[in-house]
Design a protein around this ligand. Structure first.
Ligand code: DGY
Length: 320
């Protein structure tokens, strides 16, 4: 019988994923889920053929240099891959895959949750009820910003952005977007293209960030772009925290330039800018975009489909 490939799984995985890992791989698991230091990763990878990692593991040139040569493939349990130096991986002959598409719908759900929570004052309403401070129905209590009929600007109309657009249309929103390149008409589904981010921000009553974190987008949502937005706009981020300049966003939320923000992701997670914690007009979530039972299983299966293909000598399904 052929020997099973040796797989280091750096974080705890959902049960259905773990069952398949145990069935098909000679696996080293991490049931405590403690995040390993680079040195611990290198030592745990000794004798492994592949690794299944998460965004918590930084695959730097130094780490790739230190990893045993036996590690020929790394599957990241994420669509985002800013934690991996792809050029260095290529130079070391290490194949990298991610998990696109399978999480589009789940992340779009959380984008809408953040959008609605921010627009309709979800945090303040919850607090009022939970703290027993809700005295009576009142015609002017916690008035929010109406979503239906408003314009939503989507920064990055990829798979997730398109799922957000579809959900937003369900609320009667008019969809606008900016990408570096315009999409073919059939993928736009009626969304209006703007060639620059500034043009998009100028028509966005709601702005949803769905682009990856890259050298180009890091810090991009700053005071200049926010100043272009209609007064009382709402910003939603389910992509990566470092795309927003936190100081500029907080200033705009405090001045009233922006009505609210709905944030699922933060720079330097989980140690977000502490000012967000006490702001009433911010709806906060702890990076739960893809966190549905179905999607977290699908992400694991996507990693395993890629690993299976790799070890069967076939092309990976979603290589980077
Ligand atoms: C992703 O898949 O990139 C999500 O943000 C989870 O890390």
């Amino acid at each position: 019988m052929q020997k099973k490939p040796r797989l280091l799984v750096t974080r705890h995985m959902p049960d259905n994923v773990t069952t398949r890992i145990r069935r098909d791989y000679d696996a080293t698991l991490n049931p405590t889920d403690r995040i390993m230091s680079p040195e611990e990763l290198v030592s745990a990878a000794e004798g492994m053929d592949a690794m299944m990692i998460c965004g918590s593991e930084k695959i730097t040139p130094a780490l790739l240099e230190a990893l045993p040569d036996s590690v020929r493939m790394i599957a990241t349990y994420s669509v985002g891959h800013e934690h991996i130096d792809l050029a260095a991986a290529r130079a070391h002959g290490v194949t990298i895959t991610n998990t696109p598409k399978v999480l589009d719908a789940a992340v779009a759900e959380v984008a809408m949750l953040c959008l609605l929570g921010a627009a309709r004052r979800g945090h303040e309403g919850q607090t009022l009820v939970r703290q027993g401070k809700w005295a009576s129905w009142n015609s002017t209590m916690l008035l929010g910003k109406q979503v239906s009929g408003a314009r939503i600007g989507i920064l990055g109309l990829g798979g997730i952005g398109q799922a957000v657009a579809a959900a937003a249309r369900g609320f009667g929103m008019q969809v606008h977007y900016h990408n570096r390149n315009r999409l073919p008409q059939e993928e736009e589904s009626g969304a209006r293209y703007h060639a620059t981010a500034a043009e998009l921000f100028a028509v966005s009553d709601f702005l949803s960030i769905s682009c990856p974190s890259t050298d180009e987008t890091r810090g991009m949502v700053n005071a200049d772009l926010i100043a272009q937005m209609p007064d009382g706009a709402v910003i939603v981020n389910t992509a990566r925290g470092d795309i927003i300049n936190d100081g500029d966003l907080i200033a705009a939320l405090e001045s009233g330039k922006l009505f609210a923000a709905g944030l699922d992701v933060f720079a330097n997670e989980p140690n977000l800018d502490p000012r967000y914690r006490t702001m009433e007009n911010v709806f906060l979530m702890p990076h739960l975009g893809s966190a549905s039972v179905e999607t977290r299983d699908a992400m694991g299966f996507c990693c395993l489909d890629n690993l299976d293909a790799f070890f069967q000598g076939k092309p990976c399904l979603t290589p980077l």
